[in-house]
Design a binder for this molecule. Structure first.
Ligand code: ZN
Length: 253
C-alpha cells in the first residue's frame, strides 16, 4: 500500500507530534478542568456543609440543657394558708415583739425566764427574748416554709418563680436556719422552751466564780439542748434548780 511506503521516521515524528498535541490537549484540558474546578468544588463544599449541618443539629441539641416541657408549672405547691386563728395572729406579728408570747409558757418555765432576766440584769448583761410559746399550727407553718425552701433549692422550673419568692421571703422573715428544721412537737408548742439572745459582760462572776451562759441557764432551771445548731434555744429542765438567791452576790469585772 502507498501508505506503507512512508518512512518509519516520518511515522514516529507524526506519532511524536500527535503525542505532543495530545499532551498539549491533555494539559490544556487539565488547566481547563483546573479552571473549571471551583464551581464543582463549591458544589462539593455545599454538599459537605449540608452534611455537616445535618450532623450538627442533633449534636447541638444534646448540649442544650433539657427544659422541662411543663416549665410553666411548679412541682412545689404554694404555701398553705394558715387557717388557725391563733397561728394567724402569730404570723401577722412575725418579726415584731408581738410574736413573743410568754402567756402560753408553763408556770415553771415562766418562772425560770423571770429569774434568768433578773440574773442577767444584775450582771449588767442583756437578754433579748425572740420567741416563747408558739401554737402548733404556727409551728407547722414554719416547718412547711423550711421544707419547701429545701425542695426549691435545686429546683430550676421557671414556673416555680412565684412560689420560690414567697417561700424565700417567709424563710427570711421567720429567721429560719438552713441547719435547723422546725419540729412540729417542739418545746415552744409545749410551753417549755424559749429563744433568747443573751449577752453577758466579759468576766461576769457570781460568788467570785466566772459565769457562763450555760451555767447561768442551769442556775435558773434551763438548759441549751443544742448549742451548736440552735444557740438561742433554752429548754426547761425537768427538775428546776432554783438558785435565784445567788443573784444577790452577782458581780462583774
Ligand atoms: Zn427555740
Amino acid at each position: 500500500m502507498f501508505e506503507a511506503k512512508i518512512p518509519q521516521e516520518s511515522i514516529r515524528l507524526t506519532f511524536f507530534r500527535s503525542g505532543r498535541v495530545f499532551a498539549c490537549l491533555a494539559l490544556g484540558s487539565c488547566i481547563a478542568v483546573a479552571q473549571s474546578t471551583p464551581p464543582s468544588t463549591q458544589q462539593d463544599n455545599g454538599h459537605w456543609l449540608q452534611s455537616l449541618l445535618k450532623f450538627q443539629i442533633p449534636k447541638f441539641s444534646t448540649f442544650i440543657p433539657a427544659q422541662p416541657l411543663t416549665s410553666s408549672t411548679c412541682s412545689v405547691a404554694p404555701l398553705s394558708s394558715i387557717g388557725d386563728p391563733g397561728a394567724a395572729i402569730f404570723e401577722a406579728s412575725s418579726g415584731t415583739m408581738a410574736v413573743v408570747d410568754t402567756t402560753g409558757l408553763t408556770q415553771a418555765t415562766a418562772g425560770a425566764l423571770a429569774r434568768l432576766e433578773q440574773l442577767v440584769a444584775s450582771l449588767g448583761g442583756r437578754l433579748e427574748l425572740k420567741s416563747a410559746y408558739r401554737p402548733v399550727a404556727y409551728q407547722e407553718h414554719l416547718q412547711e416554709v423550711w421544707d419547701k425552701m429545701r425542695a426549691l433549692r435545686r429546683n430550676r422550673q421557671s414556673g416555680c418563680a412565684a412560689v420560690r419568692a414567697d417561700v424565700a421571703a417567709e424563710f427570711s422573715r421567720h429567721h429560719l436556719l438552713v441547719t435547723q428544721r422546725p419540729v412540729t412537737d417542739s418545746d415552744h408548742t409545749r410551753g417549755v422552751g424559749i429563744d433568747a439572745a443573751l449577752v453577758l459582760p466579759r468576766g461576769a462572776r457570781i460568788n467570785r466564780r466566772r459565769i457562763t451562759l450555760d451555767r447561768l441557764a442551769q442556775m435558773v432551771g434551763f438548759k441549751r439542748p443544742d448549742v451548736r445548731h440552735d444557740p438561742v434555744h433554752f429548754r426547761m429542765l425537768a427538775t428546776s434548780l432554783s438558785t435565784s438567791s445567788t443573784a444577790n452576790r452577782a458581780t462583774t469585772e
